[in-house]
Design a protein around this ligand. Sequence first.
Ligand code: MG
Length: 170
Amino acid sequence: MLKEKVAKLLNQQVNKEFFSAYLYLDFSNYYYDHGLEGFGNWYRIQAQEERDHAMLFVQYLQNNGEKVVLESVEKPTVPLSDAKTVLKEGLKHERYVTALIHTIYDAAYGEKDFRTMQFLDWFVKEQGEEETNVENLLKRFELFGDDPKSLYLLDNELAARTYTPPSLVL
Ligand code: MG
């Protein structure tokens, strides 16, 4: 069994990860609606990854004999005004999720819950990568997004992304 505070935060994270999946599906739909199918594909894969993250938190809680309580998933209300704003919102959201992971890590550290810290290590690294990926995408959009031909090429490149399940196995 885990300490109550840590278990509660891990449980909340299940909901946060499902919300991330929902948010990124919303982003994906926006891009498909606006003819940027590569960006749509890229964010659809992000949504799949977030769902997998949620499932990893579920599995970890269950592996530790904890009951998982599912809450309602919030409706995404992030304004999707243009293709670049969506990426900016994506980066903002990843930074928020990083802060959430760090909060759980901090609680686990305070409780000397080394097992949870070890479980979260993968997520700490993953968040670093996620932030870098969106930062790079945003940078490239700022460089090429205003030129239709370049945007077309970038969109084509993103269309080639395929889904890979998370490397963390519990
Ligand atoms: Mg995640």
